[in-house]
Design a protein around this ligand. Structure first.
Ligand code: DX5
Ligand code: ZN
Length: 215
C-alpha cells in the first residue's frame, strides 16, 4: 500500500507537537520535514533541532527533505537528530556519492530529490546507490503550489528503470499532491506521497479520512 508522508511545512507551528501526534494516530506512515535555508530555496524553515524534538513525539519514519546548499556539513547533525531517511538535492554538491555514503554508512536511508529542472539522465549514476528518490512536482521552496503534471513521466521512468535494473529505491512524490492526482502518481509507480497543504489545511478530525482517501 502507498505510504503517506504528511509535510509539517503546512502545520500550525504553535501546535506542532499536537499536529504530529494527530498525524501519527490518524495513519501517517512517515512525517515529512522540509528543511529550507533561504539559499538553495528562497524560504527558511527548520534546522536539526526540530527533527530532534519530533523524534521524542513520534516513532513514525522521519522523512527529512534537505533543500539546503551546502549540505554535506549538516548531514551529521541531521543523523544525530534522529532522521530515518535523509534526502538531498544532488546538484548542490560536486560529489553527491560521498554524501550518499555518509548517510548509508550510519544505516540511515539515503535519498535524492529531483528538482523539476533536473533530468533523470543527470542523476542516473546515483540511482543504484539510494533507497528513496523524491520526484518534485513543484519548484521546491513553498507549500501550496500547483502539481506539475509534466513531472509524472519521471515517476514512470524511474519505475521502469528500477524494474529493468533490479534497483530497490522507493519513489516518493512531493508537491501539490491531492485527491485528484494521488491516483495518477500511484498508477505510475509511486510508493510514497508527501502531502502538505491538502491535508494540513483541514481540521484534525478529517486527517484519518483524507489519509485513507489518498491511498
Ligand atoms: C516543497 C516541499 C514540499 C511541500 C509539500 O518545497 O518540499 O514538501 O511543502 O506541500 P504541498 O503539498 O502543499 O505542496
Ligand atoms: Zn518536501
Amino acid at each position: 500500500m502507498i505510504k503517506i508522508s504528511p509535510s509539517i511545512l503546512s502545520a500550525d507551528i504553535l501546535k506542532l507537537e499536537e499536529e504530529v501526534r494527530s498525524l501519527d494516530l490518524n495513519g501517517a506512515d512517515y512525517i515529512h520535514i522540509d528543511i529550507m535555508d533561504g539559499h538553495y530555496v528562497p524560504n527558511i524553515t527548520f534546522g536539526p533541532n526540530i527533527v530532534k524534538s519530533l523524534r521524542k513525539v513520534t516513532s513514525k519514519i522521519l522523512d527529512v527533505h534537505l533543500m539546503i546548499k551546502p549540505v554535506k556539513k549538516y548531514i551529521n547533525e541531521f543523523v544525530e537528530a534522529g532522521s530515518d531517511i535523509i534526502t538531498f538535492h544532488p546538484e548542490v554538491d560536486d560529489n553527491p556519492e560521498e554524501i550518499i555514503k555518509m548517510i548509508s554508512d550510519v544505516e540511515i536511508k539515503a535519498g535524492i530529490a529531483i528538482h523539476p529542472k533536473v533530468n533523470i539522465t543527470d542523476i542516473d549514476h546515483l540511482l543504484s546507490k539510494v533507497q528513496q528518490i523524491i520526484v518534485m512536482t513543484v519548484t521546491p521552496g513553498f507549500g501550496g503550489q500547483k502539481f506539475m503534471h509534466e513531472q509524472v513521466k519521471k515517476i514512470k521512468d524511474l519505475d521502469e528503470i528500477r524494474k529493468n535494473n533490479n534497483y530497490n529505491y522507493k519513489i516518493a512524490v512531493d508537491g501539490g499532491v491531492n485527491n485528484e492526482n494521488a491516483k495518477i502518481c500511484k498508477d505510475n509507480g509511486a510508493d510514497v506521497l508527501a502531502v502538505g497543504s491538502y491535508l494540513l489545511s483541514q481540521n484534525q478530525n478529517k486527517y484519518y479520512e483524507i489519509i485513507n482517501s489518498l491511498r
